[in-house]
Design a protein around this ligand. Sequence first.
Ligand code: SAH
Ligand code: SF4
Ligand code: F3S
Length: 441
Amino acid sequence: MASYFIQTWGCQMNVYDSDRIRDLLNAQQDVETDNIKDADIVILVTCAIREKAQDKVFNQLYAWKANKQYKENAIICLGGCVASQEGEACIKRAPMINVVFGPQTIHRLPNMIDEVRNTDAKHVVDVSFPDIEKFDYLPSPKNSGSSAFITIMEGCSNFCTYCVVPYTRGPEVSRQVEDILNEINALTAQGVKEVNLLGQNVNSFKGLYEDGTECNFAELLYLVAAIEGVERIRFTTSNPHDLSDEIIQAFADIPKIADAIHLPVQNGSNNILKRMNRKYTREHYMNIINKLRAVRPNIYISTDFIIGFPGETDEDFADTMDLIEQVKFDQSFSFIYSPRPNTPAATYEDTTTLDVKRARLYKLQAAINNQAQLYSREMLGSIQKILVDGFSVKDKAELRGRTDNNRTVNFVGDPKLIGSFINVRITDVMTHTLRGEIVEE
Ligand code: SAH
Ligand code: SF4
Ligand code: F3S
């Protein structure tokens, strides 16, 4: 029995992996602590998507060491995409690390920890991609909330020219269909009502059934929707290139799919999209948006942008602003391009100054925030279906829930409502949250 501390950076796939690590360690009677000082095992699940994200981990480790934040004999484990990207080299950069494991070897972590504990080995490294075996070795997931993530596929084979993910998480592999459905059934039995299907490109999901036949993403959506306990379905991330008419039809047929989609466009200039190897044009993107809005007139579109990709001109940026104007995004995660080791774009000539890139990013974010405020204000007086996920952060006497379009609504209600879907009327709109009142059935 040991106590462990775990910190997670990066995307939801890392959050999912961290929860599976918890399941693994809890199954052998280890106990989680949120105080690193008490931990016998310190686990960091890291992200390498931008340089800043990557550096943060090493800075954190050295800051902890300098302040004697962890026990002298604690076993330090580095996982996630930085571990995968740097492998052995992590230990050179931070020799206090004992175990380096990758996104596809989380199931081996307990053994790797034992090896450090029970042998002379000071360091153990395994960042291989043993296909998709990890799911065969993970215990059935435990979930205490009403919403859960389910990884339906691992890795990515798209090789966008700026991106490390195909290198850190390996090639795209879909999970077996029954395996996914069993996992969701186990979760709904524990009270989960909202499922979030995860993958780097869920639209290209191609899982096999037990009998060896193939299932695509649209088909999977119908199967998940048929599970009785599932009341809301979300998925992320969708690649516009693979968003088929069948998937759009699923939006028309399945009311359980949230009225929101995260559809990263990355840039509004065809020239830049081409050099990013995104395999679609802005016209194709607009076409998808129009088709989605034809079946779901109120669908909320959120996206990701990369600003300041090498060679981005003022005209390219103007195209991006124009796309924002046309699509009227509800939200975006936008960042300045960060060159990543071994990716093709890292070698592209980049003459735009950081000041110009910052100014572009600022302008883009202002436009999207503006749009988000308009959407929020339009919600005033409307009735929204929310999943009550706990107490309000500011006022513990109130409850909090989430709308389809991911806005937080605070309202007065009985704590018994936590974990269920209810209808609220929006009575006030703040910058970041909404207020509501329960609508009696
Ligand atoms: N699979 C998803 C994206 C996963 S990475 C997709 O294809 O849309 C999440 C986001 O990080 C990306 O959408 C992109 O906007 C951003 N990102 C990836 N690499 C980056 C880089 N080198 N610099 C800046 N942002 C990057
Ligand atoms: Fe990265 Fe492109 Fe794969 Fe998304 S689709 S994870 S951006 S390579
Ligand atoms: Fe980061 Fe890896 Fe996710 S690089 S964004 S944690 S896939």
